[in-house]
Design a protein around this ligand. Structure first.
Ligand code: FCB
Length: 485
């Protein structure tokens, strides 16, 4: 029995995503100065195997080849981020023309191939000098971001299709300033909450600045919503969902989309801060109209109330400082270890969570178009030699993951949700933050000895999806001749 073809609507956007620090390398070239991730990764004990983004996927030198891969994939868009300290060393003052020229070249090459550049201004790599002045815990960083956004709008202008201010401010604030498992590695819960606000303020100032330069600019922000489940129907477990939802999700949708911080969040965190860093007028700045909301989705989380005396633990992730301490104001929440199948990150695989997230977000914000700006999976890939003697990477679990999650997007579309596009994370294997190069998310493999790129089966599969708009079967992984599907 054959099932009917599952087809995406005409104009549905397919893309692939990366981030500057994860792929560029050339950390000290072309006038770039260190970001907090350079400092953090060079601090012993912070990143697995002591790895850094010094070379990464060497995209800074191989960008032309990478643009060709994008063209061959047949995607309509590419989501990249700008390294702030490459274009504006130190995060303030004059631009670095060499850094700006790099991005101009990349954006022009994308445009020439009909690929729309979706540019994220901040994917976690704060110029170190700004961290030295207090980082996201201080207001001046948000103001510096507004200036940087204006300069980028002036320099890059119409080349950019969609401007995304921030990627996953949850990670910047809580992992960077509370649990310390991301740069700058601080463990100060009150500073993390100040960072939440200053990131939202930076977003608002950035959007205002971009619109002043480019009144028609399309704008967005990308959030990593937490799809939460209570371990039981017991009221105390359901209460844990409320607590985490407040600190993880509504701490951002509140200021960004509703123009107010949720009252329960302020109460839950009152022992840490009085939120006096929120100044009069700030919430009108944070609450900007957006062209689309970027949604990153990977997995779900189940929470429960710990039994008395139990030490709360965090999901998976035994060998590094727990992310749990990121849950400021929710110190007594227990994260239930995820149920297999798991990815190499130890994350569960639950495509229905994506449908649920899209439906719930659209119900809450019915006029806001949604775009999945990241979705994908890390698995331990193996290289083999194909019949024709070329290298192959058979990655059936990643193909299945992408298949099931794009199917989950179709289900949201069937339910009438306004989802406009899907970006696979990631175009290339890359520096996976605290995990270094041990986790491979690419649909294209990077050999870190030779820096050679090899298409995995998932890239062939994704090409078929992007070029036909019809959900392929998971078996559809054979390389197709260019121009054919
Ligand atoms: C997201 C990040 C991205 C990548 C994926 C796996 O949180 O935005 O850079 O690390 O996770």
């Amino acid at each position: 029995m054959t099932t009917p073809a599952r087809t995406f609507p005409p104009g549905f956007l397919w893309g692939a995503a990366t981030a500057a620090y994860q792929i560029e390398g050339a950390a000290a070239e072309g006038g770039r100065t260190p970001s907090i991730w350079d400092t953090y990764s060079h601090t012993p004990g912070k990143v697995d195997r002591g790895e850094t983004g010094d070379v990464a996927a060497d995209h800074y030198h191989r960008w032309e080849e990478d643009v060709e891969h994008l063209a061959e994939l047949g995607v309509g868009a590419y989501r990249l981020s700008i390294s702030w300290s490459r274009v504006q060393p130190g995060g303030r003052g004059p631009l670095n023309p060499e850094g700006v020229a790099f991005y101009v070249r990349v954006l022009d090459a994308l445009r020439e191939r009909g690929i729309a550049p979706w540019v994220t201004l901040y994917h976690w790599d704060l110029p170190q000098e700004l961290e030295d002045e207090g980082g996201w815990a201080v207001r001046s960083t948000a103001e510096a971001f507004g200036d940087y956004a204006r300069l980028m709008a002036e320099q890059l202008g119409e080349r950019v299709e969609v401007w995304t201010t921030l990627n996953e401010p949850w990670c910047s604030a809580y992992l960077g300033y509370a649990s310390g498992v991301h740069a700058p590695g601080r463990t100060e819960p009150a500073a993390a909450l100040a960072a939440v606000h200053h990131l939202c303020l930076a977003h608002g100032l950035g959007i205002q600045a971009i619109r002043e330069v480019l009144p028609e600019a399309k704008t967005s922000i990308t959030l990593n919503f937490h799809v939460l489940r209570a371990a039981s129907d017991a009221p105390e477990d359901v209460e844990m969902v409320r607590r985490i939802d407040a600190v993880a999700n509504r701490a951002f949708t509140g200021p960004l989309l509703d123009g107010a911080y949720p009252a329960d969040l302020l109460e839950d965190t009152a022992h840490l801060t009085d939120w006096s860093f929120v100044h009069d007028g700030d919430l009108a700045i944070t609450n900007q109209p957006l062209t689309a909301l970027g949604v990153n989705y990977y997995a779900t989380n189940t929470v429960r109330k710990p039994v008395s005396g139990e030490v709360p633990a965090q999901e998976g992730d035994g060998h590094r400082p727990s992310q749990f301490s990121a849950w400021v104001g929710s110190e007594d929440v227990q994260f239930v270890p995820p149920t297999p199948p798991l990815t190499a990150m130890g994350w569960n695989i639950e495509p229905a969570g994506l449908t649920e997230l899209l439906v719930a977000t659209a119900e809450r914000y019915p006029t806001l178009p949604l775009v999945i700006t990241e979705n994908g999976a890390a698995f331990d890939d193996e290289v083999s030699v194909g019949d024709d003697g070329t290298a192959r990477v058979h990655d059936p679990r990643r193909v299945q993951y992408l298949h099931d999650h794009t199917d989950a997007v179709l289900q949201a579309l069937d339910a009438g949700i306004d989802v406009r596009g899907y970006f696979a994370w990631s175009l290339l294997d890359n520096f996976e933050w605290g995990w270094g190069y041990t986790k491979r998310f690419g649909i294209i493999r990077v050999d870190y000895d030779t820096l050679e790129r090899v298409w995995k089966d998932s890239a062939h599969w994704f090409r078929r999806l992007a070029t036909t708009g019809v959900l392929p079967s998971v078996e559809a992984v054979e390389p197709a001749a260019v121009g054919a599907v």
